[in-house]
Structures are given as structure tokens and as C-alpha cells.
Design a protein around this ligand. Structure first.
Ligand SMILES: *Cc1c(COP(=O)(O)O)cnc(C)c1O
Length: 404
């Protein structure tokens, strides 16, 4: 059966095989438009660094596509997430509710601040944070109390979201639960409206890790736009790329303007003086990367439709293959199918199939090692994680590049 599967994938991706002999990559970037033209323009302009027209154009383009009120480009998705947590008021020793089935960047970003993740289970039908598990964990473990966090010196404090004066606290640890970070796994939207409702009820900031889900919509609304802030990534393996890069999505102009300020060393605009009014970062994406982004964005919708077509071919093919299920988008969504997913019914088959496919010219990958298994996060609180572990033992990612 594996032979038939490998044959199907190699035929499907014959455009990615030089002389029919190479390895089918998991996800290769696709440059078929104005990339070289814009890069040339960028170099000719000499504005390759932190100022330039492509930065504004790329931000406006993504805002228009996603429906975000304001967007701010960053050097990576990871530092976009870092800023998203700071702006949401996450501080040292706060707890942040997230999923163990994610890429390590989600947890690294909150760890930079000294916050601590709590791992809640996912749903099998989305592979992302389960609203049911979230609600249950909160009702058993949390209470709402007056928020006694001291307001620090305003020029060192990044919290920018409105405060309600109340906060959720973990009854056992006594720590404040400041944020919740669901991740749209492999581009498939989580049940984000339910999660957003729970967050509101519990005075918890919603920070969407939409790193993988550009082009994915939940009930017609783009992922990453359901809370005050969301983050996307344009790393080389994502649906569109700027080489490296990320973007913050805001539903509010003012948050965005402040975020922009702190990604650019909080420099007060002036023709020659260097005056800075806040502790800040050099997190802004260079113009040369944004040039690449502008060219990629022109093809985003076409790429997503192309990837969806590939997914539907996989779905049809795997209907007749025993003992495996091809993962299809959850209801109420349009997914970008960033990485296609096969669920092996028998967990022993996961390792066998990984071995066979990688030996036979098709790159496949298991899901990331669960965050709660990594040395940095092994002592963090976990919530059962039955579905998380079930999926981790069975997921295999299949080649998912755009096909020419
Ligand atoms: C890719 C990714 C990131 C980080 O993005 P970078 O641009 O690589 O820093 C964060 N979270 C998830 C879930 C990702 O897949």
C-alpha cells in the first residue's frame, strides 16, 4: 500500500522532481511573479533596510486581504508573537493557556517574558485548542479576582490593551492567567469564536497564533483577527514568504500605531535628532523582505486555491486507501491547507510510513514533539491531553507545495 501512495505523491508533484529523480519536498516556496522585479526596484532605490515603500505597501495589502484594521510587519513570526504577548499585558510569572501540539515558537515567545505555559487539550477535528477543554479547565482551576498587578513606569510597560480591573487566577498556583494562545494547526482554523467568548468571560486576552494560517478563514473572517491581536509568519516554508518575516494583525488603529513605534526603537519622529520615548525593539521587517512579500501577496489567493485543489486530490485518493484518514478542513472554515495531514489509524504505522516515504523520495514529517515533552516545558501544568497525544502518535505531514 505504501508503494501506491508514494507513486501517487510523486506523480502529483512531478513538477517538483528534476529528471523525475529528486525528492518531493514538504513545502517549497513558489516564485512565479514580480519577485525579481520588486527586488531590483528595491536595490535600485537604495532603501533596502528599515524604511521604504514596500513596507507600507505590504502592510496595507495584508490589512486589506485579512480585514485587519492595522498591520505591522516584523522580522519574524516569533517576534511578532513576542510583541503580541507584551502588548496584551503578559508579564513575568503570568500563566498563558496554549496547546502542546504547536511549533516551539509559540512557547518561546511567552518564555522571553518569563511567563509560563499551561497546556490545554486540542480537538481531534481541528487539531487546535479545544474550547470544551478550555472551559472545563478554567471552571475547575481558575477564579476571577481583582487584578492587583502594579502599573509600572509607562515608558517601560508594553501593556496596551484596555484593562477591566479583573483577571483570572490559577487557584492552585496563585498566578494570574493573562492570555490564551490558540494556534491554527497546519492552517486549519480552531473554533475561534467559542474560544474568544470564553476569553472574554474570564478576562483573558486572546492572542491568535495564526503563523500557519494566512489565507484561512473561519465563518468568513480571517484567522488572526478575532482578538485584539494576532500574529502570522512569512518564513520560507509558509504559504507565502518574505525569506523571514512576520506580521501583527490588529483590530484597532491605535494598538497598531503603538506596536509600530516599539518595533522601530520607539524613535520620536524628527528630521535629525535621536530621541526615543519607550523601551523598544528593532523588530521591523527590512524593505528588501517586504519587496518579496508584495510580489508573493499578488499570488496568495491563487496559491491557496491551488493548495486546496491538491488537498481535494489527496482526499479522493486516500478514500480508497485502508487504515488511513486524510484530514479535511473543519466545518465553517476555508482552510489554506498549509501542510496536508494524514492520520494513521494504527500508531505503529506512523513510524513505518515515515521511514518508507523518506527512503523513497517523498519528504514526510511527524508533528512536532509535544511542548510538554521538551526540557524547557516539561514541568508545566497539563490538562490530560488525551486528544493531543492521540494525534501526535498518528499525524504524518504530506508534501504540500503549490503545484505549477
Ligand atoms: C512558523 C511558526 C511560528 C514562527 O514563525 P517564524 O517566522 O518562523 O518565526 C510560530 N508559530 C507557529 C505555529 C509556526 O508554525
Amino acid at each position: 500500500m505504501y508503494e501506491k501512495v508514494i507513486g501517487f505523491i510523486r506523480d502529483l508533484y512531478s513538477d517538483k522532481l528534476k529528471d523525475g529523480k529528486g525528492v518531493v519536498p514538504l513545502h517549497a516556496p513558489c516564485f512565479v511573479g514580480n519577485e525579481k522585479k520588486y527586488l531590483d526596484e528595491c536595490v535600485d532605490s537604495t532603501f533596502v533596510s528599515s524604511v521604504g515603500a514596500f513596507v507600507d505597501k505590504f502592510e496595507e495589502g495584508i490589512a486589506k486581504y485579512t480585514g485587519a484594521k492595522r498591520t505591522v510587519v516584523c522580522v519574524s513570526g516569533t517576534n511578532a508573537l513576542h510583541l503580541a504577548m507584551l502588548l496584551s499585558g503578559v508579564r513575568r510569572d503570568d500563566e498563558v493557556l496554549t496547546q502542546a501540539l504547536t511549533f516551539v515558537a509559540t512557547c518561546n515567545a511567552l518564555s522571553y517574558i518569563g511567563a509560563i505555559p499551561v497546556f490545554i487539550d486540542v480537538d481531534k477535528d481541528t487539531m487546535g485548542l479545544s474550547p470544551k477543554a478550555l472551559r472545563k479547565w478554567l471552571s475547575e482551576n481558575a477564579e476571577i479576582k481583582e487584578d492587583k498587578t502594579n502599573c509600572r513606569d509607562a515608558s517601560r510597560d508594553f501593556e496596551f490593551m484596555p484593562k477591566s480591573g479583573l483577571a483570572a487566577y490559577n487557584k492552585r498556583t496563585g498566578r494570574r492567567i493573562k492570555a490564551c494562545v490558540p494556534m491554527h494547526t497546519f492552517g486549519h482554523p480552531v473554533k475561534i469564536d467559542e474560544i474568544a467568548d470564553i476569553c472574554r468571560e474570564w478576562h483573558i486576552e486572546l492572542v491568535e497564533d495564526a503563523a500557519e494560517s494566512i489565507g484561512s478563514f473561519y465563518k468568513g473572517k480571517h484567522t488572526g483577527t478575532f482578538g485584539n491581536v494576532g500574529a502570522i509568519s512569512f518564513n520560507g516554508n509558509k504559504t507565502i514568504t518574505t525569506g523571514g518575516g512576520g506580521m501583527l494583525l490588529f483590530n484597532n488603529e491605535e494598538f497598531g500605531a503603538f506596536a509600530k513605534h516599539i518595533t522601530t526603537q520607539a524613535k520620536v519622529p524628527h528630521r535629525w535628532a535621536f530621541v526615543h520615548d519607550h523601551v523598544a525593539f528593532n523588530y521591523r521587517m527590512p524593505n528588501v523582505n517586504a519587496a518579496l512579500g508584495c510580489a508573493q501577496l499578488e499570488h496568495l489567493e491563487e496559491f491557496v486555491l491551488n493548495k486546496r485543489e491538491t488537498a481535494s486530490r489527496y482526499a479522493t485518493f486516500f478514500k480508497d486507501v485502508p487504515d488511513v484518514d486524510f484530514f479535511t478542513e473543519p466545518s465553517d472554515c476555508r482552510s489554506n491547507y498549509w501542510l496536508n495531514v494524514l492520520i494513521m489509524r494504527d500508531k505503529k504505522a506512523q513510524q513505518e510510513f515515515l521511514q518508507y516515504s523518506n527512503d523513497h523520495g517523498v519528504m514526510t514529517r511527524p508533528v512536532w514533539d509535544l511542548m510538554c515533552n521538551l526540557p524547557m516545558f516539561k514541568d508545566c501544568e497539563i490538562d490530560g491531553l488525551a486528544a493531543t497525544r492521540w494525534l501526535a502518535d498518528r499525524i504524518v505531514n504530506l508534501p504540500s507545495s503549490v503545484r505549477l
